[in-house]
Design a protein around this ligand. Structure first.
Ligand code: PLP
Length: 360
């Protein structure tokens, strides 16, 4: 078997141990005589899978008991709309901090449902940094403040989170959830598509504080109300059962490694391997992100010319490196090094980068 060095941005690498576990129990899941995919979502066997995943997430992220955990569908993109549908109206203002394309998409959806103000933005410098916390304009009377904690396309990441003067802080954590410890109690709502750090595509995790639910808009289609999914334990309709099962296995894998603190240390070491290669290249490689805003999940960099970047990507592909082209909106190169990307893959990429530089 030849596993690729997978640097895909999402869907992305999954832990090999999880894939092997899923393979081993694919045909006969825990003595049921069928795969997880074939279980009824109303059965005791599936219930155990569902609740185990929830409990593990609560444990790993230390989620307080006044927060609900939901497994939804429609990706982070549906959350761009569900958040304002539930918490914004024409007589209220939401505050969006713009740090990349995903924040803009979230802002665009909010504008359909109420007033939107921009409390900070790094768009003027092609989203190469996270605005300083003391530069943000948060007045304290907004319906909520929305941020994107890690900017998958531009390769920047929030290190600290803003004090929102009591206004609920809502974060799209699609590309860095579970990569480090976070203080969930600072947030009103957190959402994340699973396909970067949590599992396969098709599941979206939402973590929401009880008091927000009490204030939410109720005159909405049933499936678009958070309260529907809270009341039914995310079983109002058929959930993506196999995806939730795999999510649970990924969570158990993180737990077995020592939890998010241990994962964070590993992520810092992995990112340092590649950023050091950039920093020590005498300008052969240049990074897109300002140093104090560098993402530990998505390392974005350029070479001197488009031709040289093409050559880099072609030779990398020939040596088994997958997914290194930058997002189509900014070009260049990007190595996505989520939790499941092994340290050895980052070291192999560093060695390739050094060898390519010496030859060119
Ligand atoms: C990938 C990504 C999205 C889009 O997720 P979908 O599940 O495809 O809707 C949104 N936000 C961020 C930060 C992402 O990385």
């Amino acid at each position: 078997m030849n596993r690729a060095y997978n640097f895909n941005a999402g869907p992305a690498a999954l832990p090999l141990a999880v894939l092997q576990e899923a393979q081993a129990e694919l045909l006969d899941f825990r003595g049921t005589g069928m795969s997880v995919m074939e279980l009824s979502h109303r059965s005791k066997d599936y219930d155990a899978v569902h609740n185990e995943a929830k409990e593990l997430l609560r444990k790993l992220l230390n989620i307080p008991s006044n927060y609900q955990i939901l497994f939804l569908q429609g990706g982070a993109s549906l959350q761009f709309a569900m958040v304002p549908m539930n918490f914004l109206s024409q007589d209220k203002t939401a505050n969006y901090i713009l740090t990349g394309s995903w924040s803009e998409k979230a802002r665009d959806e909010a504008e359909r449902f109420g007033q939107v103000k921009i409390g900070g933005s790094s768009k003027g410098e092609t989203y190469s940094y996270i605005p300083a916390l003391d530069s943000l304009e948060i007045s304290g009377d907004e319906a909520y403040v929305h941020i994107t904690s890690n900017n998958t396309i531009y390769g920047t990441q929030w290190r600290e989170f803003p004090d929102t003067k009591g206004v609920p802080l809502i974060a799209d954590m699609s590309s860095d959830i579970l990569s480090k410890p976070i203080d969930v109690s600072k947030f009103g709502l957190i959402y994340a598509g699973a396909q970067k750090n949590l599992g396969p595509s098709g599941v979206t995790v939402v973590i929401v504080r009880d008091d927000l639910l009490d204030q939410a808009e109720q005159d909405l289609p049933t499936m678009l109300k958070y309260s529907t999914h809270v009341k039914s334990n995310s079983l109002f309709n058929t959930p993506p059962t196999f995806g939730i099962y795999l999510l649970g296995r990924v969570l158990a894998w993180v737990d077995s490694l020592g939890g998010v603190k241990a994962i964070e240390e590993q992520n810092e070491a992995k990112a340092a391997v590649i950023y050091d290669a950039i920093d020590q290249s005498d300008g052969f490689y240049t990074d897109h992100a300002a140093k104090d805003s560098r993402s530990l999940m998505n390392v974005t960099f350029n070479l001197a010319t488009k031709e040289l970047e093409q050559k880099f990507l072609q030779e990398a592909a020939a040596q088994g490196f997958v997914g290194l082209a930058g997002h189509r909106s900014i070009g260049g190169c990007r190595a996505s090094i989520y939790n499941a990307v092994p340290p050895a893959a980052c070291e192999a990429l560093r060695d390739f980068m050094l060898a390519f530089k010496n030859k060119n």
